[in-house]
Ligand binder design. Structure first.
Ligand code: NDP
Length: 245
């Protein structure tokens, strides 16, 4: 695939769902992958499956800036450059604010916002030096709207879009592309992160009714990455055809 083969791509949250599907798709297209998540056993199994060097998977907690830097540093160590980072790791423990599930609010802010910022911090020194690169941040339909139970999650996904647009404007001198991908309901492990029982039941039913496969996301990544270098796909918003909201 044009503009994907041999690109060095770092993916956070590659142990399941969208990250895993994207790793598989980009591997098929000849990218050089470096994958991070906390569940190292899942990353190792994936690496074996797609024929990836065991050194290309790194136990990474994106709430720790040092972990994310070490993940990107591994790409530099193995390949001498980093062409793309996909800041994909995320959690969605939704509940209404009155439930006061403050630990979950903190977790969403730490993973979904700070994790993305740490990914940007880890690649920027390299991409500005290279005068090339692409930062792909994962937002959501929830980055465009808010519903009951989704205040904090939506706030984090709105933040991802704002940070991405700010980054887009700032990196013009460095020839760096910035892409937001905002999916609707996609069949992954994400609903498992909802801890509050009543909300979890509703979300699981919603996903059971309409979620589409994770390769839908991987194809968006391929589309954004495979454009000529002077074409910057800034945002892709997509949903299951059946999804009204
Ligand atoms: P999954 O739950 O299947 O995957 C989430 C990934 O994030 C896992 O690989 C998990 O790995 C990783 N992760 C969670 N916390 C951390 C952490 N602290 N450090 C590192 N990695 C972490 O869900 P999805 O694939 O759906 O989620 C991927 C992204 O897509 C998220 O940002 C989500 O908000 C977004 N999204 C998903 C939609 C959907 O319908 N599925 C819709 C819109 C957006 P591990 O637990 O091993 O660390």
């Amino acid at each position: 695939m044009q503009n994907i083969e041999n690109k060095v791509v770092v993916i956070t949250g590659a142990s399941s769902g969208l990250g895993e599907a994207t790793a598989r798709e980009l591997s098929r297209n000849g990218a050089k992958l470096v994958l991070g998540a906390r569940r190292l056993d899942r990353l190792e199994a994936l690496a074996k499956d797609i024929g990836l060097d065991a050194r290309a998977v790194v136990k990474t907690d994106v709430t720790r800036a040092d972990d994310v830097k070490a993940l990107v540093d591994r790409a530099i160590e193995l390949h001498g450059r980093v062409d793309v980072i996909i800041n994909n790791a995320g959690v969605m423990p939704q509940s209404t604010l009155e439930r006061l599930r403050i630990d979950e609010w903190d977790q969403m802010i730490d993973v979904n916002i700070k994790g993305v910022l740490y990914g940007i911090a880890a690649v920027l020194p390299h991409m500005t030096r290279q005068k090339s690169g692409q930062v792909i941040n994962v937002s959501s339909v929830a980055g465009h709207k808010v519903g009951t139970g989704g205040a904090v999650y939506s706030a984090t996904k709105h933040a991802v879009r704002v940070i991405s647009e700010g980054l887009r404007q700032e990196v013009k001198p460095y020839n760096i592309r910035t892409t937001i991908i905002s999916p609707g309901a996609v069949d992954t492990e994400l609903p498992n992160s909802v801890g509050e029982a009543a909300t979890a039941a509703g979300i699981k039913q919603f996903y059971a009714d309409m979620a589409i496969p994770a390769d839908s996301f991987a194809r968006c990544v391929v589309f954004a990455m495979s454009q000529p270098d002077n074409v910057d796909i800034n945002e892709i918003l997509y949903r299951p055809t059946a999804q009204a909201y």
